[in-house]
Design a protein around this ligand. Structure first.
Ligand code: SF4
Length: 245
C-alpha cells in the first residue's frame, strides 16, 4: 500500500508523550482559512518556491513497509523516552488505510501511535484508525455549523458524530482548539466549545492554542494568497467574510 507524506519530523516534543517522530500526511478535505500547513491541503505533489530562488517538492510516496522501517530507525530512542510516532497532516484520516497499515507495523514493533485529526472523516475510517491509537488530539475548530462551513469549508456534524464516538471509545484524547482572532475566540465561543467537547473518562483536557502568526508565510511560496482573519491589525487587507479557496 502506498501513501503520500509531505514531512517527517524527528524528535518532536509537543505531539504526544515522550520523544516522537511526527509524520505529516498530504491532503485534507477541509480548507481552514488560518491553516498553517497549506502544503498539506492538496493531495497532489506541489512545488514550494522560496524567496532565495530555491524550491522543494512537497509530497513523497511511501509504501507502508518502507515508512514503518524509516520510523523504526529511532525505535530505541522513542521507546526509552516513552514516546512514539504521531500521524498529522493535512488530514491523516484522508489516507486512513495507509495510516492503519503503518500503525499496525509500529505496534508490532512495540511503538505506540498518536493521531492529530480535524475529526473530518467518514466514521468507518475514523473508528478503524482511532481504535489503533494510543492517544488522539481531536480538533474542535468551531461550535457553530454555519461558521464552521464558512471558515473551514465542511459539515460540523461529521466532526461532532466522530467526537461522540471518541468519548465512549476508551481511547485517551485531548480536544484542541486553534484560537482565531474574531472567528472563535470570544468568551462565549470558548464556553460553547467547552460544552460541545463534553466529558469523558478518557478526555485528558481541552487545549486552547494561540493563533500561529507564522501561518501566512508559506502561502506565497505555493503561489497562493493568505486570507486574513477578522481583528488582525496589520498586513494586507482581507477578512471580508469569505473563506479562503
Ligand atoms: S484541517 Fe488542518 S490541515 Fe486541513 S485545512 Fe484545516 S488546518 Fe489545514
Amino acid at each position: 500500500m502506498t501513501g503520500r507524506v509531505f514531512e517527517i519530523r524527528e524528535f518532536t516534543l509537543h505531539d504526544g508523550p515522550g520523544i516522537r517522530t511526527t509524520v505529516f500526511l498530504k491532503g485534507c478535505p477541509l480548507r481552514c482559512a488560518w491553516c498553517h500547513n497549506p502544503e498539506g491541503q492538496s493531495f497532489e505533489k506541489e512545488t514550494m518556491r522560496r524567496k532565495d530562488g530555491s524550491s522543494a517538492v512537497c509530497g513523497e510516496d511511501w509504501t507502508d513497509e518502507a515508512l514503518a522501517a524509516e520510523l523504526l530507525r529511532n525505535a530505541d530512542i522513542l521507546r526509552q523516552s516513552g514516546g512514539g510516532v504521531t500521524f498529522s497532516g493535512g488530514e491523516p484520516l484522508a489516507q486512513a488505510a495507509f495510516v492503519r497499515a503503518v500503525a499496525d507495523r509500529l505496534r508490532a514493533a512495540g511503538i505506540p501511535s498518536a493521531l492529530e485529526t480535524s475529526g473530518y472523516a467518514p466514521e468507518e475510517d475514523y473508528r478503524a484508525v482511532v481504535s489503533r491509537m494510543d492517544f488522539v488530539y481531536e480538533d474542535l475548530k468551531h461550535h457553530d455549523a454555519s461558521a464552521f462551513r464558512r471558515w473551514c469549508g465542511g459539515d460540523l456534524g461529521v466532526v461532532l458524530r466522530n467526537l461522540v464516538w471518541l468519548r465512549g471509545s476508551g481511547v485517551p484524547f485531548a480536544v484542541r482548539v486553534p484560537c482565531i482572532p474574531g472567528v472563535n475566540d470570544s468568551p462565549e465561543d470558548r464556553a460553547a466549545i467547552l460544552r460541545l467537547a463534553g466529558s469523558s473518562p478518557t478526555l485528558r483536557g481541552v487545549e486552547f492554542l494561540p493563533y500561529n502568526p507564522a501561518a501566512p508565510a508559506k502561502y506565497p511560496m505555493l503561489g497562493r494568497t493568505f486570507m486574513r482573519m477578522p481583528r488582525m491589525d496589520s498586513g494586507p487587507e482581507l477578512a471580508r467574510g469569505r473563506r479562503m479557496e
